[in-house]
Design a protein around this ligand. Structure first.
Ligand code: ATP
Ligand code: MG
Length: 400
């Protein structure tokens, strides 16, 4: 098979491959980017594989970065773009079902393609646009199938993360898992316990945000991969709602909030859960706000003060979560009410703490609660947001 009209990113990268070839090396486009041209997906970066050793690559290009030089990867900067060039390699010495401890450079492309995880990811393309397909990846692309290269059991024992990569690719590409590959995941899901949470997390998030997340999540549960990730053990029943959601989440905050809501985690366990999954503090804080406001929305129509407190971003995120979960909310009315709030930030209040001190109120907790009372009255439209009205309000209060 030959591709005649290559997308721009490949055209731009072509001189890099040609430069390697002119110096007597082999060079190909490999991996996900070749798969993505054939699927007409957006291509974010192209990976290049070459027979040149890292040092040889570095000598050939003016600017380069040692991205992962011990694994054979050098990033070269060319014409304002950066490209990862990886020396043909095999991987050996897999320990603990994790990444290999060392790689062996090899002189031909075939060996390099053999180490790749799935047939659709083991395609290469030369400078003429010819596709090299050693494992019938093109056929699997047509059939929309994720199939391990070689014996799936062996491949998952080498690197158990591949099982998570399988379900995330299913989700992103809207593909099915080939039967033997699926069986091998179901038989060996426990191997995932050996993989770091950070790596699992990355694949889990990509799975959860892919266009076919619901179907992929189903396989994630059915194969019991879900039993070997943080805090999901024994929760299959609760999580089985995910495949039945109205649609798949597109925001990471929504994904985590939905999972937490389905797991029925009490408020005090949210932080622990998010930490177990190695989420950042800012992600954790936002997800906690969303889950709490979702609770508010499920209980009653929020007051203006509650809308003010939650803020626009969290309001929109929570509406997104409610929609995905099929929880009825009048999103338009909520947003309209938010937009119409007299103030949206503390700083928009006509007075501040310093003004109160000028009016003779002593600094301390009382001042804080007085300021809050003013704010609440302004938001509930009981007090106009201007200095005179607020002054009158304070005078009346101190007269009492
Ligand atoms: P994405 O679009 O998310 O970048 P990708 O397929 O390019 O998808 P990468 O993680 O960028 O995924 O990996 C690039 C290529 O490296 C893959 O297409 C595959 O050929 C190979 N690869 C990545 N991870 C593994 C692994 N764990 N085992 C074997 N091969 C792998
Ligand atoms: Mg990639």
């Amino acid at each position: 098979m030959k591709i005649n009209k290559l997308p721009d990113v490949f055209q731009q990268a072509m001189p890099v491959l040609k430069k390697l070839e002119d110096a007597g090396f082999e060079a190909y486009f490999v991996g996900g980017s070749v798969r993505d041209i054939l699927l007409h997906r957006h291509i974010h970066d192209v990976d290049i594989a070459s027979s040149a050793y890292p040092e040889e690559v570095k000598n050939l290009f003016e600017k380069s970065i040692d991205t992962g030089i011990q694994h054979g990867t050098v990033t070269v900067l060319f014409d304002g773009n950066s490209y990862e060039i990886t020396t043909f390699r095999t991987e050996s010495g897999y320990q603990d079902y994790r990444r290999p401890d060392h790689v062996t450079f090899v002189q031909n492309l075939d060996e390099d393609l053999k180490r790749r995880d799935f047939t659709i990811n083991a395609l290469a393309m030369d400078t003429q646009g010819n596709i090299i397909d050693l494992f019938n990846g093109l056929d699997d692309l047509d059939k929309k199938i994720i199939r391990a290269v070689g014996d799936p059991e062996k491949r998952f024992h080498e690197d158990a993360l591949r099982m998570m990569r399988a379900v995330r690719l299913m989700s992103q590409l809207n593909f099915n898992l080939e039967e033997n590959t699926n069986q091998a995941v179901a038989d060996h899901h426990q191997l995932l316990k050996k993989i770091s949470v950070e790596r699992i997390r990355e694949e889990f998030v990509k799975m959860g945000l892919g266009k076919n997340a619901r179907q992929a999540f189903k396989i994630f549960l059915e194969t019991k991969l879900s039993e070997d990730v943080p805090d999901f053990e024994g929760k299959k029943k609760l999580l089985s709602v995910f495949p039945k959601l109205k649609f798949s989440p597109t925001e990471e905050t929504s994904l985590w909030a939905i999972v937490i809501i389905l797991l029925k985690l009490p408020n005090e366990k949210i932080h622990r859960f998010m930490r177990d999954w190695k989420n950042s503090n800012s992600m954790t804080d936002e997800v906690e706000r969303i889950v709490n406001f979702f609770d508010t929305l499920s209980g009653h129509t929020p007051t203006d003060y509650e809308l003010f407190q939650v803020g626009k971003k969290t309001l929109l995120n929570t509406i997104d979560v409610a929609n995905i979960l099929g929880q009825p909310v009048d999103s338009e009315a909520l947003v309209d009410r938010y937009v119409a709030l007299p103030i949206k930030e503390d700083s928009e209040l006509a007075i501040d703490g310093k003004d109160l001190i000028d009016y003779g109120i002593k600094p301390g907790p009382k001042l804080g609660s007085l300021l809050n009372e003013i704010k609440q009255n302004v938001i509930e439209r009981k007090l106009p947001n201007n200095e005179n009205s607020i002054k009158d309000f304070l005078e009346k209060k101190t007269e009492l």
